[in-house]
Design a protein around this ligand. Structure first.
Ligand code: DP6
Length: 332
């Protein structure tokens, strides 16, 4: 059977950085994100074929590297175990954004793969089950199963059955919200998320971060549930700053931010100052690209400001989008 799924990337406002179990990809804390619109989308078709001797993966019209194929094969092994099959698969995947954009995201990739592979294997999973499955590929992929604002629960169980995502607010409530992205680098990150998170055992600040998570999560969750963006602006920036401080506290230190990233942070703070209220929030993942959440009213001003910052290659103005979808149109 062949199946095709679409999934969009998501950008966390309260970050996932640290695992309580690396094999099962169980996070040390809950995280909250918004799912992006179709500008940051992955489309994936999977077919299990008994005549194949090994899994074959094509990414953005090119054969995948052995490293990429290895990661997908490990993921497909999880699906095969669940479906009690041994058949190999052909996987074709393409992103709506150029690979060189520095936005290549494992979140949309593994969410789309979870949907397409499970359906093609004859498993008809609920959205909650899909978010658990996507988590095996990449933690943040768990959140991309849902649209709008999403919380991924860390859970407590050893087997991870209580670590899944839930929608906390639908996309229709956030039509006025933008994520204006400033691309600062197009290259792949120097330290992978897996490696960066492994180094957390050397950081004493990480323990302090975990103690402050609950209060930030509570503020963000409640503001988002009430559709109140202004109240979440400062916690978003504080959580990003805190995560990057913890990264730097590791040994060897992990530093994803560049001078341009710091320049953008300054400019966003000045913008808020000039409006006399919090109107825009910066947040950075494991890289120097800035994600600036703001509302419709300020989106153009933010985009102009980012465009004219030295070191910014280009900007992308994203809105809030939907969760996973299955489509009839296949990639092969
Ligand atoms: C900084 O989901 O890429 O973007 O689970 O190891 O694949 P793995 O990590 P990944 O980590 C993303 C971390 C982050 C913050 C976030 O998205 O919450």
């Amino acid at each position: 059977m062949k199946a095709t799924a679409l999934a969009n990337s998501n950008i966390a406002v309260i970050k996932y950085w640290g695992k309580r179990d690396e094999r099962l990809n169980l996070p040390a804390n809950n995280s909250i994100s918004f799912t992006m619109d179709d500008q940051l989308q992955t489309m994936t078709t999977v077919e299990f074929d008994s005549s194949m001797k090994e899994d074959v993966l094509e990414l953005n019209h090119h054969p995948a590297t052995s490293k990429e194929t290895g990661r997908v094969t490990s993921f497909l092994d999880v699906v095969r175990r669940m479906a009690k099959i041994r058949t190999k698969a052909r996987v074709v995947s393409k992103n709506s954004f150029p690979k060189s954009a520095g936005l290549a995201s494992s979140a949309s990739g593994f969410a789309a793969l979870a949907g397409a592979a499970s359906w093609a294997a004859g498993l008809h999973l609920s959205l909650r089950e899909l978010s658990i499955l996507a988590r095996y590929g990449s933690g943040s992929a768990s959140r991309s199963i849902f649209g709008g604002a999403v919380e991924w629960l860390a859970g407590k169980k050893k087997n991870g059955s209580d670590s899944y995502s839930v929608q906390i607010s639908p996309p229709e409530e956030w039509v006025h919200l933008h994520n204006v992205i400033a691309l600062v680098s197009e290259s792949e990150k120097k330290v992978s998320s897996v490696e960066g998170m492994r180094r957390l055992k050397t950081s004493s600040l990480f323990k302090a971060r975990l103690r402050t998570m609950d209060s930030r999560l509570k503020t963000a969750r409640s503001a988002i549930k009430h559709g109140n963006f202004e109240d979440v602006v400062i916690p978003i920036m504080q959580d990003s700053d805190n995560m990057h401080a913890v990264m730097l506290d590791c040994w060897p230190p992990v530093c994803y931010l560049t001078d341009t990233s710091f320049e953008i942070m300054e400019k966003v703070l000045e913008l808020n100052e000039s409006h006399g209220k919090p109107v825009a929030a910066y947040t950075f993942d494991a890289g120097p690209n800035a994600h600036v959440y703001t509302t419709e009213k300020y989106a153009h001003e933010v985009e102009r400001m980012l465009k004219y910052t030295d070191g910014v290659l280009r900007t992308l103005n994203c809105k809030i989008g939907k969760g996973i979808r299955f489509v009839n149109e296949d990639l092969f």
